[in-house]
Design a protein around this ligand. Structure first.
Ligand SMILES: [Zn+2]
Length: 88
C-alpha cells in the first residue's frame, strides 16, 4: 500500500543523506587534512625524510583507526598527512 512505499522512500532518503554526509565529511577532511580525510599520496618522515611504507603496521589503536606512522628510522610519530605528532 501507499504507507509502505512512503516508508521505503523515507528509508532511501535517510540512506542517501547519510552517504552524502559521509562523503562531504571525508572530502572536507581531505581538504583540511584532518582525521576523516584520505591521503593517497606517499608520506615522508618529517624528521629524516624517509619514505613511509604504504602498508603500515599500526603501533597504536589511534594509528589503526586514523592512520599515521612511527618512523622505523628515527622513531618520529606522524599522522597520515606526514605531520609530526606526539600521539603514540
Ligand atoms: Zn624518521
Amino acid at each position: 500500500m501507499g504507507g509502505s512505499l512512503l516508508a521505503a522512500l523515507s528509508l532511501l532518503v535517510v540512506l542517501v543523506a547519510t552517504i552524502a554526509f559521509g562523503l562531504v565529511l571525508v572530502i572536507r577532511s581531505t581538504v583540511r587534512k584532518s582525521a576523516w580525510g584520505i591521503n593517497a599520496n606517499p608520506v615522508n618522515c618529517p624528521r629524516c625524510n624517509r619514505l613511509m611504507p604504504t602498508v603500515r603496521k599500526p603501533r597504536s589503536i589511534s594509528q589503526a583507526m586514523w592512520g599515521g606512522w612511527t618512523c622505523e628510522h628515527c622513531g618520529c610519530v606522524m599522522d597520515k598527512w606526514g605531520r609530526e605528532t606526539d600521539r603514540s
